[in-house]
Structures are given as C-alpha cells and as structure tokens.
Design a binder for this molecule. Sequence first.
Ligand code: XMP
Length: 519
Amino acid sequence: MDKITIIDFGGQYCHLIARRIRDLGVYSEILPSHTSYSKITSLQPKGIILSGGPSSVYEEGSPKLSKDTFKLIIENKIPVLGICYGFHLIIHNLGGKIAAKDKKEYGKTLLYIIEPNLIFNELNEKEIVWMSHGDQVISIPEGFEILAKTENCPIAAYGNQEKKIYGVQFHPEVTNTPKGNKILENFIFKVSKCKKEWKLKDWINRTIDEIRNEIGDKNRVILGLSGGVDSSVTAMLLHEAIGDRLHCIFVNNGLLRKNEELEVQRIFQVESQFKNFHYVNAEDIFLKKLKGVVDPEEKRKIIGHTFIEVFESKTIELEHEYPNIKFLAQGTIYPDRVETAATSNAAAKIKSHHNLTLPDDMMLEIIEPLKDLYKDEVRKIGNKLGLSEELINRHPFPGPGLAVRCVGEIKKQRLDILREADSILIQEIKRAGVYNDLWQAFCVLLPVKSVGIMGDYRTYENLCAIRAVESQDVMTANFAKLDWELLEKIGTRIINEVKGINRVVYDISNKPPSTIEYE
Ligand code: XMP
C-alpha cells in the first residue's frame, strides 16, 4: 500500500497532517525527527512531509534530520513537502538563508500565488492561508523557484520540480487554510504519485484475516472491555474474527456512571450475543482500598493496581477452565503509542493514566488490532461493525472513572450523588442537541458544603461543578459557551432532584492552564 511519512519536528498539528492524508485515501504515519534514513525507507514512503515545529532552525538543540538522512532523501528523489519549520529546514540544509522577523506573522493571511505549479494546481491566484511563524526564508538555493508570497513574506512557498522538493510557510493542514486539502492532495497524488488505497472497509476484512492467522484455530483471547469506544471496537472486531474464543472481562470498579454496567452488559451480552462476557463486580474491593484516600495521584495508583489485580485473578480463573487462552487484546490506538516530538511524553507525566499498564507477569502475547488507527477511524469501523451511534459518539471517560471527579474522599454515598447529577446533565445536554458538539461534559463533586434554603428549611449540602469543554485534540480545550437557559435548567434539576446537592457552579476554565478533569 502506498504511504506518506511525516517527520515530526514538534508541531502541534502533526497528527492533523497524518489524518488529513488518510482522509484523502492514503495511509500515513509519523516518525520522530531522529529517525534514520534506513528506518524511513524501510517503510517505503512515496513521499515525505516535514512538519512544523516551535523551534528556530538556528537554535541550538532544535530538532533536525541528520545531514546524511537529508542528503539521501534528496539524492534518491523521494518527494518532500516542508511545512513551516520543515519549510525552513529544507532551505537551511541546502544553503539558502533564513532570518528572524521583527514581527511575527500569525493568523489568516492572503497568499498570492506566483506559479500555479503542481502543488497549487486548481487554486486561485489569491487564497487565504493560516500563518504562524517568526522566522522567514530570505533566499532560496539555485534550482528553486518562488511559488507564492504574502504581503509580509516574499517567499511563502517554493518548489524544485526536478528534485521534487516543495515547501510552504503556512499550514495547509488546518481548516483556516480553506484550500489546504487541495495542496496536500496535489502533493500526494500529483507529486508523489500515490494511489488511493487506504479504505476502512478493506482494512476490516484484511485485519479480520490477520487476526485469524495470528491467533490460529484453537487459541483464545482475553480482553479488558470498558465499554469505551476503543475497547468496544476491539471486542467487535475480535468477535467477528474468532467468535466465542474471545473472552471479555468487564470490571465494575464502583466508579462507573449511572447504569453503565447494565448498559455494557446489554450491548455485548444481549444485543451482540457474546457468549464469553465475564462481568466482575469488584466495587467493594476498590472502595475499600480507596477509603480515606484524598491525594489524586494516590487514588490513580490504587485504582490502576487494583484493576490489574482483579483482572489478573479473573484471567487466572479463566485460564484454569480454558488452558488455551494465549493472547491479551488491547484497544491501543495510534495516538496512544506514537512517539512524537510534540508530546515527548510530557502529557503522560502530568497525570498517571493507567490504561496502558499491563500485568508484568502475564505470559500472554499482546494483540492490538487498532494500533494504526486514529479515533475517528476507530469510530467509523465501529459503525461498520454494527455498534450504535450512541456508543460510538460517547464522550471519553477516564480509566479511573468517577474517582477523579469526586474530589476529596471517595465514598459510595458521594459517588451515588455524583452519578445522579451527572446523569441529569447528560440527559439535558442530549435533549438540547449539543452532546455531539462537546468533547466532554460531566459533573464534579467538590468537598465543599454551603448553605441553602429549601422551602422553609435551611440546608447545608454539597457543591457540584459542571464541566463542559470543546476540544479538537485534547491538548487544548475551551469551556463550552452553553446557553444560559440550558444551564439554568440543568442546575435547577440537579438541585431539586439530587438529594445532597444544594448549589451548582459552572466551570469557566480553559486548558491550559487548567486540565479537563479535576484530579
Ligand atoms: P486532562 O484532565 O489531562 O484530560 O486535561 C485529558 C483527557 O484525558 C482523559 N483522561 C484520562 N483518560 N485515563 C484515560 O483513559 C485516565 O487516567 C485519564 N485521565 C484523564 C480526560 O477525560 C480527557 O479527555
């Protein structure tokens, strides 16, 4: 299958480039900037895109491709497109000049196309593009021509048709560059000559065959099913491939949303007829271990370890009955595992997410059928495999569940209050038709009490915060500007219907500096 490789120089839009290209029907993947030429070419890319990045090519320690790698790519005439930082890097390597500008060019900018050459094929003479740069290209090496300019940037795009090297100062991957997709399309089809071969339907059939081959006719697979999109799609895919030789373990940790355990059982046991769906009610174990714990990291660690213990002991029990359990399936998706310069695991360090931790001493082979897919691709596959829209479009729910939304001590009674409030919020958000516009919406129970009045009585009850955010990439998020009347309705219903809450506040913090979850 034809591929485009993207080299990541720390740009926040790197994954967006990869997704755009896949949406255009060509498989794409991301490699870090220190990747060697032999690794890059072992994937046989038809073209290479050098991403943007926050650094300046002159800065010490700024990410670079090694000189040899760069030379070999050019010598072997692999088509290259540089975007922003990548645009500078090409020139820096080939002997042109870059300089810092006094004033940064940022935002929507008018681009004048000088040469309606290959990458600008079918564009108008003037197009809006999205700029975000401090440095700029001052001179280009011999053999290159200027393809476009803006008012403040005389070299906004260049090309060398013979060497198949192109570069743009702006970001074609963002929606603020309305014709950006056309530019990427020109690069992947006209310059790199890729064939459109990335189709999800073919992917499903091929993956089912691969799963069958890998697992064999007799072996069985175990999967931790949370009811989230990734593990649910993994389950459906494996069930399609090996039927009842798939064993799903669903752990109720007591930190789930209202009726969640019933809903997951209904979907998999009743609707999809999974014979080996194993429900483990571990609520008491989790709540006992969490008793008296208020520190967020401590909570996360306890939940992570306890999950492993419970999961492991159920697996051992099943292994006695089915000695041919040989594989452990995981719903890992592409962004979970790709090593990019942009995140450099910094996000992971902020909080200890427990989802990817595996029991160390489990002697099972790992199978991760979704490991090359983006979330929206996983959703489309779930849809094709018959999962409901409701499940597919569900907001993300953290592994430690309501524990990170129940600030302070975790007690069943506090969790029940939170569950009731949260279910009202979700009901109203769905009723208002805004659920799918939001990245997440949920309630948080705060360890604060305040005075209220209900009828003739004074109350002294809990404070509930509503968090609703919009986000594209989870790294940044803005609080949703929900309608006042909707908020009023939600607040009123929660206070009237949930015993234990007498005040509701709306969270107006953005990420950064705040995070989406509270703990
Ligand atoms: P924050 O709070 O870091 O959250 O802004 C970013 C996204 O990650 C989700 N989240 C988690 N997901 N296990 C998960 O699977 C976790 O431990 C976890 N903690 C946060 C959060 O809901 C948001 O979508």
